[in-house]
Design a protein around this ligand. Structure first.
Ligand code: SAM
Length: 230
């Protein structure tokens, strides 16, 4: 029989080890500069939720942008521009990031982040519900990389749009597809988990997409799904 005290100590030691590994990886592979940290400080000061991606996720988006030679990137869900700043910095000087955001306040904070990060010239924030701002993008497609990180209930519809706005080789990334395992429960226990579950099901059923998902947030309970359009 396990001793609850030693079991607790083992769990604490594991959590401390995970935190140490995350800290060391960030320091080596994804150090944040003052401009990236500024995005989160600005969001906090404006009373916005701290629900941005992690530094390692930001760096992974840059690696993926490089892998597909991204010149045109689409993001759904800007918040304070943290992920957008990582993405825009992966673009060439004449590249373009279009980021869709429903909240005028979030859009304003994101614009300030892009200006501070020196990428305002290659970023456009479009305000409105994404299901209304996506259709006009047909004339600007295809996008090389599409990052989905907004309201989870609409994830399946966002995937349809992402595929429509893609070309062979486009990389589609969606955040929060695991939700602490709730996306794998039947039925999913809440609306966000249901959106993530439907997204995963839809991309796995699409023969044009080759996809993988894995945990990669700070505590290893949520993460990205990454798909490549064939
Ligand atoms: N990608 C951001 C980052 O990592 O820095 C975080 C995005 S945050 C998780 C989700 C954002 O999506 C919020 O700013 C929210 O206002 C926006 N959002 C929610 N519903 C939306 C919708 N229907 N259309 C566009 N944006 C939406």
């Amino acid at each position: 029989m396990t001793n609850p005290q030693s079991e607790l100590e083992r769990l604490q030691a594991e959590a401390a080890q995970r935190a140490m590994i995350d800290r060391e990886l960030v320091a080596r592979f994804a150090p944040e500069d003052a401009e990236l940290r500024g995005a989160n400080d600005r969001a906090k000061a404006a009373g916005m939720p701290e629900i941005q991606i992690s530094p390692l996720q930001g760096k992974l988006l840059q690696v993926l942008a490089a892998a597909c030679g991204a010149r045109k990137i689409l993001e759904i869900g800007a918040l304070a521009g943290y992920s957008g700043a990582w993405l825009a910095r992966a673009l060439p000087a004449d590249g373009k990031l279009i980021t869709l955001e429903v909240s005028e306040k979030h859009a304003e904070v994101a614009r300030a982040t892009f200006a501070a990060a020196g990428v305002a010239d290659r970023v456009e924030v479009r305000v409105g519900p994404a299901l209304e701002t996506l259709p006009p993008l047909t004339s600007e497609a295809p996008f090389d990389l599409i990052f989905i990180d907004a309201d989870k209930g609409n994830y399946p519809a966002y995937l349809d749009w992402a595929v429509k706005l893609s070309r062979p080789g486009t990389i589609i990334v969606a955040d929060n597809v695991i939700r602490g395992g709730r996306a794998f429960q039947t039925p999913p226990p809440d609306e966000n988990a249901a959106g993530a579950a439907a997204y995963n099901e839809k991309l796995l059923a699409n023969p044009r997409l080759i996809s993988v998902a894995f945990p990669m947030d700070d505590d290893g309970t949520d993460g990205f799904a990454i798909s490549v359009v064939r």
